[in-house]
Design a protein around this ligand. Sequence first.
Ligand SMILES: [Ca+2]
Ligand SMILES: [Ca+2]
Ligand SMILES: [Ca+2]
Length: 134
Amino acid sequence: MNSTIKTLIPSLFLVAICTGAIAADGKLSDRFSKMDRNKDGILTLEEFNHEIGETVKNIDKNRDKELTAAEAETYFTAIAPITDPKTPKRIAGVMRNDLNGDGRVTIEEMKAKGTSDFKTIDKNGDGVVTAADM
Ligand SMILES: [Ca+2]
Ligand SMILES: [Ca+2]
Ligand SMILES: [Ca+2]
């Protein structure tokens, strides 16, 4: 695994961490297979964005389709206490997607950031992420 991928894992796999279905320190391959919904060993942008949509739904407590730092804090402190060093990182991981800096992360912003992360991870540029890109 190269350093670019390592850097991107926090945002790419934020989704898997958010759902709480997979331990934050779970293996990369486990996270990959969670996102690979049809289990064909290929992660498409559609699958990736589907997971992002599910994550937004989970965190968006007041269902206005926007995430705030307060909502992220409520969500992540239910998984681990705020004193856990991972918790502020997870909150920051969500708020980093606030591309226009208005303090709210919309699903469009999440997907725009997700799409650019996806393209970076798709090293051979064939539009899908497979084990070969890892
Ligand atoms: Ca797939
Ligand atoms: Ca909201
Ligand atoms: Ca925003």
